[in-house]
Design a protein around this ligand. Structure first.
Ligand SMILES: [Zn+2]
Ligand SMILES: [Zn+2]
Ligand SMILES: [Zn+2]
Length: 154
């Protein structure tokens, strides 16, 4: 039977990184995440399992990203979000709320869409695909409507 999630221990072993409790905790948080996680999210999620500080979380995230274990979703702010880059989580676009910064995963690309995007001059190398749709999430629309009504001075 096909596994539903990656095994953190196996993933770290295959990457050639040493298996430390901190790396295990960060990767487990990312494997189980439903939404992309920020470094702050990961700090909160790993606090009970292992002693880890912010600098270490950033260092671990960078090492996972550089080995292709995770994808970095740049948000235009200092805080990126991260998600697994494994077969369980094929490349897909993201929606970013420009108000609260929430990142929402959108359905995966079809293979033909991905090929269309990759069809470019041969002297380019594609290192990653990063598609983001930016707007307001449902909660911020509600919040905004509330504000508009309250501050309406036509
Ligand atoms: Zn996986
Ligand atoms: Zn929002
Ligand atoms: Zn995603």
């Amino acid at each position: 039977m096909k596994e539903e999630y990656c095994d953190a221990s196996e993933t770290i072993k295959q990457s050639g990184l040493a298996r430390t409790p901190q790396r295990m905790a960060v990767l487990e948080a990312l494997i189980l995440a439903i939404h992309p996680l920020s470094a702050a999210d990961i700090l909160a999620l790993t606090a009970e399992k292992t002693k880890i500080n912010r600098v270490t979380v950033y260092r671990i995230l960078a090492s996972f990203r550089d080995r292709g274990i995770i994808r970095e979703i740049e948000t235009g702010h200092a805080n990126s979000s991260y998600e697994m880059a494994c077969a369980h989580n094929p490349v897909h676009p993201h929606f970013r709320c420009r108000d609260c910064g929430r990142i929402i995963c959108l359905p995966p690309l079809t293979l033909s869409q991905a090929w269309d995007w990759l069809a470019q001059p041969a002297d380019f190398t594609v290192e990653r695909i990063d598609v983001q749709l930016i707007g307001l999430c449902a909660e911020c629309i509600k919040k905004d409507n509330g504000n508009t009504v309250a501050s309406d001075n036509f």
